[in-house]
Write a protein that binds this ligand. Structure first.
Ligand SMILES: OC[C@H]1O[C@H](O[C@H]2O[C@H](CO)[C@@H](O)[C@H](O)[C@H]2O)[C@H](O)[C@@H](O)[C@@H]1O
Length: 563
């Protein structure tokens, strides 16, 4: 109860608006039918200035037909997304000095400049009306300019922002990148953690924690020590959130040593407002209120993973009612928190906080040992998610080899990424281990002509086969590239080359960058999941620009998919 109640940060006005918008969503589904229906659209609607919420609520009761619904929405609400204003980023230049020096003039460079120019389309600032009347908007106010993923994702997202920042740094847009980081810091100050996204309906959960990584990238690019001082308290606060009782799991190994690792867990046991009609339909298969609440809790917790949704979190990969996300210790989450601990230790040294540096250095060492003891599988040469028993909390769990999930997911290879970000003194893995992991990736069934698949199971969920996601390509490519082995470097370049080609070919045929791609067919965007595949697209643009910066593209290198 305490856990679910802590979303009380939302004011009564915010809650009342969300309640109304969820009713509108549900009535709209009834009036318009399921074809092309996007439930998120309705919870993003701002109440028109001057309209009375109670009057809007009363008027909803007499809406029957499609026409009446359309007229009702137009009368009481402004368009979804209209409370974010277009913002020409002042640090944008059509071709900044030093932009992609190793991409020669020609097709690749012309396209890279087009993708770079997309930052102008995706940059926004929150309308002043949002801070003035928060009870009329589900959008949350933010102090600086924002860059959104695109299409239905009209607001800032947490983990997307890491790859947006990486791309902005390639585009030399340091001020915009700093605004993004400071917006996330503002969310930590307001809520105690970085929200899934900047909407009142996202206050019940976070997303994969990459804030310290954004600070590190920005600091490395600019040398801005003030940024470290300014963000440091928020990084400590965010760390406390991820190691708090809500997320921490203690496991005893075979030698009697207790290790602490983290899991995802949202503070919510109701339908996600942005997808309430979908969640309610799924839950209608269950009989009791208690079972429905448990399912809603697992759904929201899965949204916190960023992998929403995937067979990775289900006992039965074809049945979403079997989600058990809060009973899983994920490889990638612990990789990100390990890195956060190392980053904080490094920042603490740099700003003269010696004692804190030591505390975080010790914390990262303990997590390193925990990851290697609980999640590493030496026979498979990869890290595996660990599944806890779902029948009650045992306090300290006893480690069992059979509880490692042997199914193959791209996340099993994410710790390789630490090769690229060795901010501590001791590398996370040595060259020999990296080579072993690389070989197991080669034979995993995840490597396809157009990139690394998310999993090997075709379930219809968007974080499963055959979708490939830009962030996963990037984490793995950076890791391979920095592992010290020539073979791994070549492998990294091959994956990046395929990814650039599939992005390019899809861009030429559709005119857009996509949220995800189909790794089986070069030049094809991805699909599946609960909403139509989106374009824009923040993290895809960021990864593309990072790959072009890292590997270059010579004029004579073919950029179209091989036929
Ligand atoms: O509306 C459904 C869900 O959409 C979001 O998740 C997906 O888009 C995000 C933005 O690109 C991305 O961060 C996430 O990895 C995607 O799965 C949202 O984050 C969910 O909370 C939401 O329920």
């Amino acid at each position: 109860a305490r856990m679910m109640g802590s979303v009380a940060a939302a004011s009564e006005g915010d809650r009342a608006l969300l309640t109304l918008l969820q009713r509108v969503q549900s009535e709209a589904l009834r009036a318009l039918g399921p074809h092309d229906f996007d439930p998120k659209f309705y919870v993003d609607l701002p109440l028109v200035p001057g309209a009375d919420r109670a009057a809007a609520e009363a008027a909803l009761s007499s809406v029957g037909t499609r026409e009446e619904m359309e007229a009702y929405v137009a009368r009481y609400f402004d368009p979804a997304g209209s409370d974010l204003l277009a913002a020409d980023p002042p640090d944008f230049q059509a071709e900044p000095r030093g932009f992609l020096p190793r991409v020669g003039a020609g097709e690749a460079r012309a396209w890279a400049l087009e993708v770079h120019a997309l930052w102008k389309d995706l940059a926004r600032r929150v309308a002043p009306a949002v801070a003035a009347r928060p009870d009329r908007h589900t959008l949350l106010p933010l102090p600086g300019r924002v860059v959104v993923p695109g299409s239905r994702f009209r607001e800032v997202y947490y983990w997307d922002s890491y790859w947006v920042v990486r791309g902005l740094l390639v585009s030399k847009m340091y001020d915009t990148a700093k605004d993004i980081v400071l917006n996330l810091v503002y969310l930590v100050e307001e809520y105690g953690f970085v929200l899934n996204g900047a909407r009142s309906y996202y206050t019940n959960r976070s997303q994969p924690p990459l804030l310290s990584s954004m600070v590190l990238e920005l600091y490395t690019a600019t040398g801005d020590l003030d940024l470290l001082r300014r963000t440091f308290p928020s990084l400590l606060k965010e760390h406390s959130f991820w190691v708090s009782e809500l997320h921490n799991v203690a496991i005893m190994d075979n030698d009697g040593c207790v290790h602490n690792l983290s899991r995802y867990q949202a503070m919510w046991n109701k339908p996600r407002p942005e997808s309430a009609t979908i969640d309610e339909e799924l839950a209608s298969k269950l009989n009791s209120t208690a079972a429905k609440e448990k399912l809603y809790h697992q759904i929201a917790s899965t949204a916190e993973t960023g992998w929403d949704f995937s067979s990775r979190w289900m006992r039965n990969p074809t049945d979403m009612t079997t989600l058990v996300t809060t009973f899983i210790i994920p490889v990638d989450l612990n990789t990100f928190i390990f890195k956060m601990e190392r980053d904080i230790a490094v920042f603490a040294e740099l700003i003269g906080e010696k004692a804190t540096a030591e505390v975080f250095s010790q914390a990262s060492k303990a997590r390193h040992t925990a990851i290697e003891t609980i999640l590493w599988n030496s026979e498979m040469e990869q890290w595996l998610d660990y599944w806890l028993p779902i029948d009650g909390n045992q306090g300290v769990y006893k480690w069992e080899p059979k509880s490692q999930n042997r199914n193959i997911f791209a996340s099993n290879f994410v710790p390789l990424w630490l090769n690229a970000h060795n901010s501590g003194s001791v590398p996370f893995l040595d060259e020999a281990k990296s080579v072993g992991v690389m070989r197991s990736l080669h034979t995993s069934g995840l490597v396809y002509p157009a990139g690394i698949a998310t999993s090997v199971s075709k379930t219809g969920q968007q974080w499963d086969f055959p979708n490939g996601w830009a962030p996963l390509q990037h984490l793995i490519v950076e890791g391979l590239l920095n592992s010290g082995s020539t073979e791994a470097k070549k492998f990294a370049e091959d994956i990046a080359t395929s990814w650039v080609r599939t992005n390019y070919t899809a861009y030429k045929s559709t005119g857009a960058m996509h949220e995800k791609y189909d790794v089986e067919a070069c030049g094809k965007s991805g699909g599946g999941g609960e909403y139509k595949s989106q374009t824009g697209f923040g993290w895809s643009n960021g990864v593309l620009l990072s790959f072009l910066e890292e590997f270059g593209w010579s004029q004579d290198k073919e950029i179209v998919c091989p036929s």
